[in-house]
Design a protein around this ligand. Structure first.
Ligand code: PMP
Length: 353
């Protein structure tokens, strides 16, 4: 990273209370090498739009997703503050990827890890968590107000156990701070400061908040777009101030019906909803045309990047989004023709939309 960026970064570290910051390393143990992911030029989408469209390859993190960063940041800050001590157990409620990130770092550092997940998530995530030595508890999906929601279940388990730490990715701003100090600066640096548009979906909002705050601090004109799946209330919240949703989505880990502390830090100029038909079409397009196997939220993000590119057709805008995880994390579903048929999600050419 350029040294000028480091000076600006130190100002931000002070402003947002970041303590004990360490840059991601190119060589090191599993926790140390989280981050520093490549920015992949998406040739097909760049050609089709006359813009430069990039995806940040978060699937290359050791636990396979963008959530390794949040896990590392949350554990690091908890160790510094004394909330997490040797031989403690880490508890978290998650759609899966944060659990995998926590289990990855926990295995490397010697913590026990207990993960609560809704039982409708892809089987690959359950298998991966168990392989990493985590204890996994599957609960029925239910509205957030229900005390049996995975979030409350994990909190209550941590509260009633000795020597425990609840990661609380939705409200814990260590999540936001990790993206503010790593993902944002990496994107800025890798585009030589020329990024025009950043678009990303939100789960906890940590990625969107951290990256948008950093990019806006460098250039307030950077256009920030929230990408939402159907069934999420965030798009309507940005457009009208009201959390409202219709439809549903097979995407995992994104979309929510409440405002979280991390999401509240996001600097958003525009919001758009992308449906699953466009998402699955992009997922197959990227596999076949670009050799890129990305997960469902990443495909949703890239359809938004493509749509933004078409809006600025031929203008050479630099557009960046996040490749949150890999298609392989969902392969038993998305590469299964019967599942696609059942969900009525047969891929179409992306220019048919
Ligand atoms: N994509 C996937 C696959 C995820 O699991 C998540 C996080 N749950 C996100 C995107 C969104 O990341 P964030 O929590 O930083 O908003």
């Amino acid at each position: 990273m350029q040294s000028a960026n480091l000076v600006d970064l130190s100002l931000l570290l002070t402003k947002y209370g970041v303590k004990g910051f360490t840059m991601p390393m190119a060589t090191g143990n599993v926790s140390q090498i989280i981050g520093n992911t490549p920015l992949i030029k998406i040739d097909s989408l760049s050609r089709l739009t006359g813009c430069e469209i990039y995806g940040k390859a978060e699937f290359l993190n050791p636990g396979g997703s963008v959530k390794d960063r949040a896990a590392k940041g949350i554990i690091h800050e908890a160790e510094l503050s004394g909330l997490l001590k040797p031989n403690f157990s880490i508890y978290e409620g998650t759609a899966g990827n944060t659990g995998i990130g926590l289990a990855t770092v926990a295995a490397q550092k010697g913590y026990r890890c207990v993960i609560v997940m809704p039982d409708n998530q892809a089987p690959e995530k359950f298998q991966t968590l168990k392989a990493l030595g985590a204890e996994v508890i599957a609960v029925k999906p239910c509205p957030f107000a229900d005390q049996n929601h995975f979030y409350h279940t994990a909190r209550k388990m941590a509260e009633s156990s000795a020597n425990s730490f609840w990661a609380n990715q939705f409200e814990n701003l260590a999540n936001f701070r990790m993206h503010l100090t790593t993902t944002g600066p990496e994107i800025y640096s890798d585009t030589n400061g020329k990024i025009d548009i950043f678009a990303a979906a939100s789960g906890t909002g940590g990625t969107l908040a951290g990256v948008s705050t950093y990019l806006k601090s460098k250039n307030p004109k950077t256009h920030i777009v929230l990408v939402d799946p159907e069934g999420s209330g965030l798009c309507s919240y940005i457009q009208s101030g009201e959390i409202k949703a219709s439809g549903s989505s097979v995407t995992e880990g994104i979309g929510i019906m409440r405002l979280t502390a991390n999401f509240k830090e996001a600097k958003i100029d525009e919001a758009m909803t992308i449906n699953d038909q466009k998402m699955i079409s992009m997922l197959y397009h990227l596999a076949e045309q670009d050799g890129l196997l990305v997960g469902t939220s990443a495909a949703l993000n890239m359809f938004a990047a493509y749509e933004l590119g078409r809006r600025h057709q031929g203008q050479g805008k630099v557009i960046v989004s996040i490749l949150c995880d890999s298609a392989l994390r969902y392969q038993s579903r998305i590469f299964n023709p019967d599942w696609l048929k059942e969900k009525n999600l047969l891929p179409q050419p992306i220019d048919s939309f």
